[in-house]
Every structure is written in C-alpha cells, then in structure tokens.
Unconditional design. Structure first.
Length: 443
C-alpha cells in the first residue's frame, strides 16, 4: 500500500523548513521533498541579515543574544526563533558612486541589522523539524501536483525514477522559479517584468577601510563598463570576510567577470590584495506580478513561489509559520487556506498594490536612469555633509521606502536643480511599468 502523508512540503528553504517544523510539531505526518542532496548546503545567493526594529511586510524583528545562541523575536506574528550560528552586528551602510564618493548611513544606539550564517540557520530549522518527526527526501525534484477528490498526488523524480507521492495537502515552497507554480499553470496570468542573474563570491582577508557595514557600488568604473550593481556584505564565514554580490543582465557570463574586475582592477581592488575566495553561489531573479490567491484547491504556495521578487529570509520564515497553521486548520475542517490568503494579501504590501511594486524596485531606476556624472555629483554632496545618523525606535526604512528617502535627501540639497531635479521627480513618481521601460531604454 502506498504511503500517505498529511502534508508534503516541496522545498527545504527557510519557508519550507519552518513549515515542516511547525506542521510536524502539530502532530501531522510530514514529508519534505528537496532537490539538493544536502539540505543545508547553500547554492543560491540570498540575503542573510536579520533587520533590527525595521518593519517590512507587516512584521518587525528584534534579537536577544544568549551565551551560545540568539533568539529572534517576530513581534507581530508572536513567535520566537532560536539561532545558534555566528552573528555580526551591523551599524553602518555605504553607497559608493563611480568616482568613489561615499554616502554613509550610521546608527550608534543599536545595530541596523545582524548578519547570520545561512547554513547554520537552515541546520537549526532542519534539526527542529526532525526532532518532531518530519521526514526528508533529498535529491528529489517535484515536477507538479494533481488535486484529487481526497488529497493531492505529487509527481516527483529521484535518480531518474518517477515517483507519485500522496498527501492530504501540499505546501509548495520551491522558490522564486517555482516548478510547482509553473506546472500547475499559475504563471500564465502573471505579468512578467524582468529577469536577470545574480552571482556571489565570498572572500576572506578583505581589508575594508571603513567600520564594518553593508555597501553598494555603482558605475562602470566598478564593472569594467558592464551593466551591473555591486553589493558588498559582511560575511560570518571567516574573519574579515565579505561577499561580493553582482546583479546583472544577460549574457550571464559577465557576472563573474564583473566580480573579477571589481576585486582586481577597480578602485576598490586594494581592499582585496590579500583576500582569497572561499565560496560561490548564484541565483536567477525574476519579477512577476504576485499571486493574489496563493493556492489552488489543496495546494498552497508560500514564500517566494507566489511573490513579486522575494519575501526575504525572515519573510519566508514567517510564511512557513502561518502556512503550518493554515494546513492544520484545513485538515480540521476549517478554511485555513483562505485565512492564509488574508494574511498574504494584508501583510505583503506588493500583492494588491501596484504602487508598492514600483516602490520595491524604484531603486533600480534611481541608479539606472541618472548618468554617472549626476550620481557622482549627488554622492559628492552627500559625502560633504557627512554620515546620515539614524536613531530612535522603530526604523521605517525598507525596500518600499528606501528609494523615496534617498531621493528626498538628494532633493533637499540646494545645489540640486534644473534637469537633475526633474529627473529625481520622475523617478519618485514612476509606476512599475515606467521603471521597467526606462531601465530597458537605458540598456
């Protein structure tokens, strides 16, 4: 007789692992299907920071450090998560223009964020899930699902063998390029915006000449004339380790070339004179309009799978937490998936509001529509004014507000006038279609 589960979870990222832990903790029989052979291996480039008192998508976090662990508090969702890996306290962020001018944001009263180790986070979640009985099937690709009168059949493939697995409900948490969403036909009505590769190389022995912080670099002098954004993130993998992340366009092979040039020949190359690469990862980022109803019959889509862009790690964990409640309620005869839809549409602002999608990606237009000379001019003015000091309680800056805050700051300079001022006004008011069109026109 074929084994049957209460819930099959597709994908063992932060959303899937949290959902596995929570559903198994509720006494359900849980199977997690993961295409990697090692669950905690990190192959995909991803953000790795817990934001401190910095709300986004209906949630804000704080963190308490203990002797051998930290406790992350999800205040609005009212749950805590233990993390046993290393952390770095981040008090500063930097943006560098092509000519090397630096706009710096800083806090003195508390960290802006805490950089964590993704492998350690995954291991903590996996351990919790296994402790309460969740079963992992690795090296397995979920090809799609079929809703039945009683439950769901998941078609999967392991070692070139097709398997059919059955469950009462399915949670699809297989990421931004969800095979499950595509296989079940839900992408056909989603508007496609843009797609591009991201590459990451982590180096140890980096001699960053500023207090530890997160950085972004703009300009063709940083990329050898290639089109791309560079981000520099502190890494917990080794001492003085930083991850160089490049978001670029096709052809994808230019991404590693940008990293090579940035670390060996750009004005920032001296920071890497004694550094060596210790790990690499990559990702493909696609922006589509989000699914307003993130389920079809007995299959629920969570995390990045139904999202516009990404839900970020903390957001994905939160999706997994609420998805577990939804499945448990469904199997108890309640409308759990409808409740999850309400959570999804109410908290993740870009789901129902196209203006929030524009805000989420507005920063692309700020750095893609202005010329390098204009950005150098603005960054020079910012550098002359010194660091922007942040203080107080909850910080409202996030992906939705960051571009507006930077634009407002630039527009406050008396030296900014004429065509440059008008360009900033265009960027500030652009809708998502205009952002994508102007970025394509620039390209």
């Amino acid at each position: 007789m074929r084994e049957r589960y209460n819930v099959i979870i597709v994908g063992a990222g932060p959303a899937g692992l949290m959902a596995a832990w929570r559903t198994a903790e509720k006494g359900l029989k849980v199977l997690i299907i993961e295409k990697k052979t090692t669950v905690c291996e990190v192959l995909r480039t991803t953000g790795n920071a817990f934001r401190n008192m910095n709300p986004i998508n209906g949630e804000y976090l704080t963190l308490d450090k203990k002797r051998d662990k930290a406790v992350v508090h999800f205040h609005n969702s009212k749950f805590d998560l233990e993390y046993t890996g290393r952390l770095l306290d981040i008090y500063d962020s930097y943006s560098f223009s092509n000519a090397g001018y630096c706009m710096r944001m800083t806090r003195k009263d508390r960290p802006m964020s805490y950089t964590f180790n993704t492998r350690a986070l995954y291991q903590d979640l996996k351990n919790k899930a296994e402790e309460v009985g969740a079963i992992f099937m690795t090296g397995t690709i979920a090809m799609g699902a079929e809703n039945l009168k009683r439950g769901v059949r998941v078609q999967s493939k392991k070692e070139n063998k097709v398997l059919w697995l059955e469950a009462d409900r399915v949670i699809a948490a297989d990421g931004l390029h969800s095979r499950m969403v595509e296989a079940m036909g839900l992408n056909k009505d989603r508007e496609f915006y843009v797609k591009g590769p991201v590459f990451e190389t982590t180096f140890e022995g980096v001699e960053f000449p500023y207090p530890i912080g997160v950085s972004s670099m703009r300009g063709r002098g940083m990329t050898e004339g290639r089109d791309g954004f560079i981000f520099l993130y502190p890494s917990v993998e080794e001492e003085n380790a930083y991850s160089v992340i490049v978001q670029t366009k096709f052809p994808a092979h230019q991404g590693p070339k940008i990293i090579d040039y940035f670390t060996k020949e750009s004005r920032c190359a001296p920071w890497f004179k004694n550094a060596r690469p210790i790990s690499r990862s990559a990702a493909m980022v696609t922006l589509r309009s989000p699914l307003v109803t993130p389920y079809i019959d007995k299959v629920l889509f969570i995390g990045d799978a139904p999202a516009y862009g990404e839900t970020l790690v903390a957001g994905a964990i939160r999706c997994g937490y609420h998805a577990a409640d939804a499945v448990y309620k469904e199997l108890s005869g309640e409308k759990g998936f409808e409740e999850y839809r309400d959570f999804w549409t109410t908290n993740f602002e870009y789901v129902k509001n196209p203006n929030k999608r524009a805000d989420y990606t507005r920063i692309l237009l700020l750095y893609g529509y202005l010329s390098e000379d204009e950005l150098d001019f603005l960054y020079k003015l910012a550098e002359e004014r010194g660091p922007v000091e942040q203080s107080g309680g909850i910080d409202p800056s996030n992906e939705y507000t960051a571009a507006h805050r930077v634009i407002d700051y630039f527009m406050s300079f008396p030296e900014v006038k004429g065509e440059l001022l008008n360009k900033l006004k265009v960027i500030k008011s652009a809708d998502v279609q205009t952002i994508m069109e102007k970025r394509k026109w620039k390209e």
